[in-house]
Design a protein around this ligand. Structure first.
Ligand SMILES: CC(C)(COP(=O)(O)OP(=O)(O)OC[C@H]1O[C@@H](n2cnc3c(N)ncnc32)[C@H](O)[C@@H]1OP(=O)(O)O)[C@@H](O)C(=O)NCCC(=O)NCCS
Length: 165
């Protein structure tokens, strides 16, 4: 199994339903356009048994770092950095829920961001967990920013160490 860039001619976006309208609509109406404009990249995991069906997707881009919302040690370490990688969206279709695909997609997204950071250098990955998935991310080592409960981060150093284990 591997993720591929969203291709509207190959992937049936209309059948995708993760239970969150905003995420479904984003995949249907915005993801392709945002990629064409180089604003973000959306990767989908197709079902090997029927490649048009999307098991899940995630969207990657960059985001500014609010240093003041980080723990003091990280503020010092990263005071000259301005940008973090962002998992802007990540969702699994309800038909495939609870089978480990959310974890699989998160690991895949983090691998891609780690690889990108080997080239352009950025110290954190941020995720916006507004849609009730906060505990999903904390389970994998993400920490909430001081000021925003639903915005979480993990350092590139932690990601690298967890893949080295
Ligand atoms: C959150 C989501 C991606 C999880 O996908 P999934 O394929 O069902 O998750 P997995 O089967 O890989 O679960 C992995 C682990 O996370 C846990 N988990 C799953 N969803 C969770 C949630 N919302 N909160 C806390 N833990 C969660 C599972 O219990 C499992 O734990 P275990 O290994 O101890 O049993 C999926 O529920 C979803 O798409 N939700 C709607 C969209 C959303 O909220 N996206 C995130 C914001 S962009």
């Amino acid at each position: 199994m591997s993720t591929v860039l969203l291709d509207k001619d190959r992937h049936d976006r209309t059948r995708f339903n993760c239970g969150v309208d905003a995420l479904n609509s984003y995949l249907r109406m915005m993801a392709g356009q945002q990629a064409r404009r180089d604003n973000s990249r959306t990767f989908v995991l197709p079902d090997a048994a029927n490649e048009s069906q999307i098991i899940g997707f995630y969207t990657l881009t960059m985001t500014p770092i609010d240093l003041r919302a980080l723990p003091e040690a990280l503020q010092k370490k990263h005071h000259s950095s301005t940008s973090a990688g962002l998992i802007a969206r990540l969702a699994v279709d309800q038909r495939y829920r609870g089978q480990g695909w959310g974890e699989w997609l998160l690991i895949d997204a983090l691998k891609k961001l780690l690889h990108a950071s080997d080239t352009v250098g950025f110290p954190l990955v941020v995720v916006d967990a507004k849609d009730g998935a906060r505990d999903f991310y904390t389970k994998y080592g993400f920490t909430a920013f001081h000021d925003l409960d639903y915005k979480l981060f993990i350092s590139m150093a932690e990601i690298r160490a967890s893949f080295a284990r």
